[in-house]
Ligand binder design. Structure first.
Ligand SMILES: Cc1cc2nc3c(=O)[nH]c(=O)nc-3n(C[C@H](O)[C@H](O)[C@H](O)COP(=O)(O)OP(=O)(O)OC[C@H]3O[C@@H](n4cnc5c(N)ncnc54)[C@H](O)[C@@H]3O)c2cc1C
Length: 377
């Protein structure tokens, strides 16, 4: 399915991305030219419905695209993944007015952005956020700071989680999600320096008496923001799991290649059993991760609940990326520590996957809770 699109993406990766990754990544440069090319490929509208100018891809195809791009440079996927999470909030929960106003411009990449949930004091515990939204007539006024927001500098529009009633009990009932365009009172703060995931910008977003029309309250009523944020997580986890597959596969590819080139004790190191054991484990992880992601994506596409399966895929595939990156570095010996080989980038990129879109500690808790719920005695 969608073979032509996948082929076009492969050709683009080979011709326009691969030759430039090392330079852009090491210099932490925003890949502006590649963003223009991604617009032409339709990636900013990959999962947006065709009626709004998107490609309307199913999660199965989308996850394959994300894995392939991550195999070459994971950072690129963040530029459209986070953007599509914002679009999902609008498409799934927004009013017809919001959909018609924004989705076509999101799909073309004319307006790009992301999802702003995390704050300096609250990541996993999202209900502890402090961002405040006060109703004033036909608008809301937002105050507070978000942090770690992908596309924070280069993005223009964000789905922002805020509290309309900080005293609500339970806490999630006092939360709402707003679609906010940068402008007076809303700007990007500092760009955050990171271990890996270079090129894409992660930044603070600062809101100081920022006024947003009440029509930009996603879902039209207060108290649903947490529900909306959580509602996007299944696809978000499939996204990140797919990145895990890509990074794990890239580490394996580099290790298989290098182990045939490097000789010790008169033979290529791939002929030493100690290396073979590592390669076999790495390859098995990639295959298992791919199958878990496909399973979760298929369930998602059928419109069924898949939080457990998406959680399993996210947990396993991202740990696979982490472990494979580590083993690939070991197989490269001293050269794995050199900036001249791709494995050092994979080694720096992989840990993020275990943290973002719900940490892997939380994934295991979610999996276990669902497991019990589905198997009550
Ligand atoms: C590069 C990067 C990009 C990001 N992009 C975005 C973005 O675009 N938008 C956005 O909103 N956020 C983004 N984030 C934030 C990310 O989602 C959070 O970092 C993540 O949710 C974890 O939150 P935290 O950092 O506050 O960790 P904490 O919540 O403080 O967790 C710290 C540790 O405690 C563990 N822990 C916490 N609670 C429990 C519990 N109940 N049981 C067991 N263990 C627990 C966690 O697993 C973790 O190991 C990004 C982060 C990074 C690093």
């Amino acid at each position: 399915m969608h073979d032509e699109l996948l082929e076009a993406i492969d050709a683009w990766l080979k011709r326009h991305v691969e030759p430039h990754v090392a330079r852009l990544e090491h210099d932490d440069v925003y890949p502006a030219e590649m963003v223009e090319q991604m617009k032409k490929l339709g990636l900013f509208g990959a999962t947006i419905g065709q009626e709004y100018g998107g490609l309307g891809l199913p999660a199965v195809t989308y996850s394959r695209i994300v894995a392939r791009i991550s195999e070459v440079w994971m950072s690129l996927t963040g530029i459209f993944n986070s953007h599509l999470m914002m679009a999902l909030m609008v498409e799934k929960y927004g009013s017809l007015h919001l959909k018609k106003t924004y989705l076509p411009r999101f799909a073309s990449g004319e307006i790009r952005g992301g999802l702003a949930l995390t704050e300096p004091n609250a990541g996993t515990d999202l209900q502890a956020i402090r961002m405040r939204a006060r109703r004033e007539g036909e608008r809301y006024v937002l105050n507070g700071t978000k942090t770690w927001i992908s596309n924070g500098i280069h993005g223009a529009c964000f789905a922002v989680l805020a509290k309309t009633d900080p005293d609500a009990s339970p806490r999630h009932k006092g939360m709402a999600m707003f679609l906010c365009e940068k402008g007076e009172g809303f700007s990007a703060g500092r760009k955050l320096e990171k271990l890996g995931y270079k090129g894409i910008d992660s930044a603070e977003l600062v809101f100081q008496d920022y006024a947003v029309p009440a029509a930009n309250l996603i879902g039209g009523e207060e108290g649903r923001g947490f529900h909306h944020a959580v509602g996007g997580l299944e696809l978000g986890r499939i996204n990140v799991a797919s990145r895990g597959v890509g990074v794990a596969a890239a580490a394996l590819r580099e290790a298989v290649k290098y182990s045939q080139q490097r000789e010790t004790f008169g033979k290529p190191i791939c002929e030493h059993q100690a290396i073979q054991l590592k390669l076999a484990e790495m390859a098995t992880r990639v295959e298992a991760a791919r199958l878990l992601v496909r399973n979760a994506a298929e369930i998602y596409d059928r419109g069924e609940r898949c939080d457990m399966e998406a959680g399993m895929a996210k947990y396993f595939a991202t740990e696979a990326a982490f472990e494979n990156a580590h083993q690939a570095m070991r197989i490269h010996g001293g050269y794995g520590y050199s900036k001249e080989f791709a494995v050092e980038r994979l080694y720096r990129d992989a840990p993020l996957l275990c943290i973002g879109e719900g940490t892997n500690e939380m994934q295991r808790i979610i999996i276990a809770r669902q497991l019990i719920r589905r198997n009550r005695i």
